[in-house]
Design a binder for this molecule. Structure first.
Ligand code: DAH
Length: 379
């Protein structure tokens, strides 16, 4: 083992890197953000914190009206076990969220992950005796690069378990509590509809949609907790006892709609012109301070047999950080058994103009690293 100074050890302990073993797939910048203390959803004045506070207050009011305490958590550690994140929630063995192309694993054993959803805490909190809770935090997924996808985003989940209630009662209470929350956030006359959903841990499952500015907007997922999930939570459900509901929603998606925020990267902006526009607890439309020109660069390559586009997306994000606005596949063709892909990378800063040299240098790095790390052959 390499020798390490005391200071080095201390720094390593503080950054939590001792948690990470070998064979994991978490880029350093993502890992570092997962260790932040001051996360966006608890940063006063930040739109995500305002949205979180509003929904939390509405849910608390709805739940406490019917008696009993409600447990609220905003600072649960995003490192959880695969058991919590998947197994105990009945996520199938072949579900894409279990694969390395979609999820961040701490090491090669795949035993620990950066949670892909807040639902990962449900069974643990039930085992600890909580029966009603509202939890929010940062979640992590490898995904597309565009205006509404970022590898770190924020969710709120809630659970309500009744000591005595039949299934009809659970479903009625679920719909009533969540509709009333949505009306208080989107307006008394909000047009709400329920559509069938599909989540492994709930049955029946629903999605709530709201008619907003001419289209149906998906607001949340929810349903009655599966008996087996309740059992994993240490409960003994019968036809009329220990049954409950759960819901989950994405905070960015709602904040983008309510604050008119056009690009998900803005939530991470350190620019005064962004942060100075918002006040704690107040929903007001974002005024774009300026729109800088985009710059397009195309890259084409032959892909190896084992290739997943999420690896390329992450590679670009790792090099360009928040200067990349989107990565889109624009062409694809096969010759013999070889496949060629062409992607268009759009570079644009939220805060300033980029120079040609800067963009060329980013694109050169993207080309070199793709060839070196993804096994592709540049064309
Ligand atoms: N965990 C789900 C997701 O990330 C959202 C969700 C759906 C949470 C239904 C729930 C639920 O608690 O009951 O997409």
């Amino acid at each position: 083992m390499r020798s390490m100074t005391l200071r080095g050890l201390f720094r390593r302990w503080c950054s939590g890197s001792s948690l990470r073993g070998s064979g994991g797939n978490i880029p350093d910048w993502i890992w570092e953000r997962s260790r932040f203390v001051d996360k966006l959803h608890v940063r006063h004045g930040h739109p995500l914190c305002t949205i979180r506070g509003m929904i939390e207050a509405e849910m608390l009011a709805g739940l406490t009206k019917k008696g009993g305490g409600v447990h609220v958590e905003t600072k649960l550690d995003p490192v959880v076990t695969s058991r919590q994140c998947f197994d105990e929630l009945l996520v199938g063995q072949d579900h894409p969220s279990r694969s390395e192309s979609d999820t961040y694993f701490l090491d090669g054993t795949k035993e620990r992950v950066l949670r892909t959803h807040m639902t990962a805490h449900d069974t643990e909190l039930l085992r600890k005796g909580a029966r009603r809770f509202i939890i929010s935090g940062d979640v992590y997924r490898r995904d597309a690069v565009d205006r509404s996808h970022y590898p770190i985003f924020h969710q709120m989940d809630g659970v309500n378990v009744f000591e005595r209630a039949n299934r009809k009662h659970v479903e009625d209470d679920l719909k009533e509590t969540l509709s009333s929350m949505a009306r208080n956030i989107f307006g008394k006359d909000a047009n709400i509809r329920w559509v069938p959903g599909s989540f492994p841990f709930t049955s029946p499952s629903f999605e709530m949609e709201i008619f907003w500015r001419g289209e149906w907007l998906e607001v949340l997922g929810c349903g009655e907790l599966q008996e087996q999930v309740l059992i994993h939570g240490g409960l003994v459900p019968t036809e009329t006892e220990n049954r409950g509901w759960a819901f989950g929603l994405g905070l960015e998606r709602l904040a983008m709609v309510l604050f008119d925020i056009p690009d998900i990267r803005l939530f991470w902006s350190e620019d005064e012109r962004f942060s100075s526009q918002f006040q704690d607890g107040v929903v007001q439309p974002f005024r774009p301070y300026s729109k800088y020109p985009p710059c397009y660069k195309d890259i084409a390559f032959w892909v190896p047999t084992r290739y997943h586009e999420n690896h390329f997306f992450e590679l670009v994000r790792g090099i360009a950080g928040d200067l990349v606005e989107s990565v889109e596949e624009i062409d694809k063709f096969a010759r013999g058994d070889r496949l060629s892909l062409c992607y268009r990378v759009v570079y644009r800063s939220m805060d300033r103009s980029l120079t040609n040299e800067e963009i060329d240098s980013l694109q050169d790095q993207v080309r070199a690293k793709s060839a070196a790390e993804l096994g592709v052959t540049l064309r």
